[in-house]
Design a protein around this ligand. Structure first.
Ligand code: ZN
Length: 186
């Protein structure tokens, strides 16, 4: 069936970039975190745009954007949702799966968005670790509903292999966009 158009403004924030490659455990991930974040972010933006959502990207190439600037973009866009995209790392190599973070003092709107994204991942059979609260700068320094997605662990062998695969990143982008569209439609 034809998909219904979805209204809203979403800021997509691919983490890191420029002189900040993000977490990059050599030998496990060929791609730096920033490139994985950017590729997924650009594809999420594309899917949302196709569904009628107005999308603003905090960066569209491998460039440095400060955390304050990213938060400022969320406020200026009057975003219905700010979505920061990252890949995780941990000392424990067995840690795996996708996590959605919201701010410690997040509103129920941000919680709803996190649940929609996690629900979409679970339906697609993607391993999730659930919702966590955190005091991340890009979740705290603006007034808009916000989530930060850690798409998997670059320190975990299986997650790293998946996140280095363009077909997995394409699937994940579709699934994340679906979750965001469901949130906007509620
Ligand atoms: Zn990161």
């Amino acid at each position: 069936p034809p998909r219904q158009l979805v209204r809203g403004v979403v800021v997509i924030d691919p983490g890191h970039g420029g002189n900040d490659p993000g977490t990059w455990p050599r030998g496990i991930s060929a791609l730096p975190e920033e490139a994985i974040n950017l590729d997924i972010g650009v594809q999420v933006a594309h899917h949302l745009t196709q569904r009628g959502v107005r999308v603003v990207m905090t960066r569209g190439s491998d460039t440095y954007v400060s955390l304050d600037r990213r938060a400022d973009i969320a406020d200026r866009a009057l975003a219905n949702l700010f979505v920061s995209i990252h890949a995780d790392s941990a000392h424990r190599k067995s840690a795996s799966g996708l996590t959605v973070h919201i701010h410690t003092r997040a509103t129920t709107t941000s919680q709803k968005a996190a649940r929609c994204i996690l629900e979409s991942c679970r339906r697609a059979g993607i391993e999730t670790r659930g919702m966590l609260t955190n005091n991340f700068h890009v979740l705290r320094e603006h007034e808009r509903p916000a989530v930060l997605i850690e798409c998997g662990f670059l320190t975990n062998r299986e997650d790293a292999i998946r996140l280095n695969s363009s077909s997995y990143r394409a699937t994940l982008a579709t699934v994340i966009a679906e979750g965001i569209a469901n949130f906007l439609s509620q």
